[in-house]
Write a protein that binds this ligand. Structure first.
Ligand SMILES: [Zn+2]
Length: 179
């Protein structure tokens, strides 16, 4: 699965990550939910605290009502009213909205990306990708990737799909248990 993220620093100096969740993408605690609507979601994370692979989850919105309301772009967005750190100023929010519009207009070629086994940027098609180390969070493995040509960033997700037995121990615990 490919997940599209944008890292940015708000005017208050806080590093955030915005993530777009498209139809059939998973999200939420432990990726336990699947988005089932056509309107994508946008999530904001405070990347100072590694509660998840993106940081600490702050808030989540449907994209259309958020981008459709000019007030947000003019004034910025309070992700959570009582936490001053979690305010995104107007200029930073506009940059995020521009990124969202760009992604939605062009649409990342996720299918082509998966078909190429992750060899070509889903945005511009370039093969010049900067691939991070594998990271493991207990049940899932993931890898940060960015495109050196267009600057897009995303996260590759890996799941265990099978295993090949190389050597079986002569001691078969299960068989013993049956006696
Ligand atoms: Zn690219």
């Amino acid at each position: 699965m490919i997940k599209l993220i944008k890292k940015f620093t708000a005017s208050n100096g806080i590093n955030f990550i915005a993530r777009l969740v498209f139809k059939n993408d998973t999200y939420g605690l432990g990726s336990s939910l699947t988005h089932d609507r056509d309107d994508p979601l946008i999530e904001f994370y405070d990347s100072r605290y590694p509660h998840t692979e993106y940081g600490q989850f702050v808030s989540r919105y449907f994209v259309s009502p958020l981008l459709g309301d000019e007030d947000f772009e003019a004034r910025g967005l309070d992700l959570q009213g009582d936490v001053p750190d979690w305010k995104i100023d107007a200029a930073s929010l506009k940059a995020v909205f521009d990124w969202v519009r760009d992604v939605m207009d062009k649409g990342p070629d996720v299918y082509g990306y998966l078909q190429s086994h992750g060899l070509h940027c889903p945005n511009c098609g370039s093969g010049e990708l900067d691939v991070g180390n594998f990271e493991f969070d207990g049940s899932r493995c993931y890898q940060n990737v960015s495109c050196e040509v267009c600057g897009s960033e995303w996260v590759d997700h890996y799941t265990l799909t099978g295993c090949s037995i190389i050597n079986l121990s002569k001691i078969k615990a299960k068989k013993d248990n049956l006696k």
